[in-house]
Design a protein around this ligand. Structure first.
Ligand code: HEC
Length: 159
């Protein structure tokens, strides 16, 4: 049985409708793309953002020292620092080192424990250097309060 012609015609109209709506979707997506792109650049150009990017960063040198602190790790600058940075900050944060204060025996015991249970490698000649650094800079403190600040160089905060 032949389809009635009005049905055929309406199917044609339906197709055209689909094509038109598809075009509209494409156009609106394109418009949205250009629109958001514009506002994005506008935001990046706000003065405060520009100023922010001119603040000197330490990204250039990973081993920048500021006020006696190795900025990337927070470790104190002293003899043996780089041996500690290389050997002690790969598995965990240097904070784990900094927040612990121990005497020589306990630092060595901690290293042995990591070597036994955590796959810490043999430190060779560096072990003495590292332990000296740790004992010198992170010894146990028995005081209930932190010590008074000394040798403070005050500086004015720039806006
Ligand atoms: C091979 C990996 C690895 C390396 C390298 C490593 N550690 Fe650890 N260390 C660990 C793991 C794992 C722990 C346990 C972490 C935890 O408890 O979350 C740990 C824990 C510690 C702790 C805390 C111990 C405690 O009693 O809570 C200290 C302090 C520490 N490490 C110091 C060091 C020092 C100093 C070095 C350099 C000689 C070093 N680590 C290098 C794996 C390592």
């Amino acid at each position: 049985m032949k389809e009635p012609t009005y049905w055929k015609r309406s199917r044609g109209a339906y197709r055209i409708l689909i094509i038109i709506s598809a075009l509209m979707v494409i156009i609106s997506v394109a418009a949205l793309f250009f629109f958001t792109d514009d506002t994005g650049t506008e935001e990046d150009n706000t003065p405060s953002n520009k100023e922010y990017t001119t603040i000197p960063t330490t990204n250039d040198d990973p081993n920048t020292i500021i006020d006696g602190i190795h900025v990337r790790t927070g470790l104190v600058e002293a003899e043996g620092l780089m041996a500690v940075v290389t050997n002690c900050t790969t598995c965990h944060s240097a904070q784990l080192v900094i927040q612990n204060r121990m005497d020589r025996d306990r630092w060595i015991a901690t290293i042995r424990w990591m070597q036994k249970t955590q796959n810490l490698w043999g430190l060779g000649d560096n072990e003495a250097v590292i332990v000296n650094y740790l004992v010198t800079n992170y010894p146990p403190i028995n005081k209930g309060r932190r010590q008074a600040l000394s040798q403070v160089e005050w500086y004015e905060l720039k806006e």
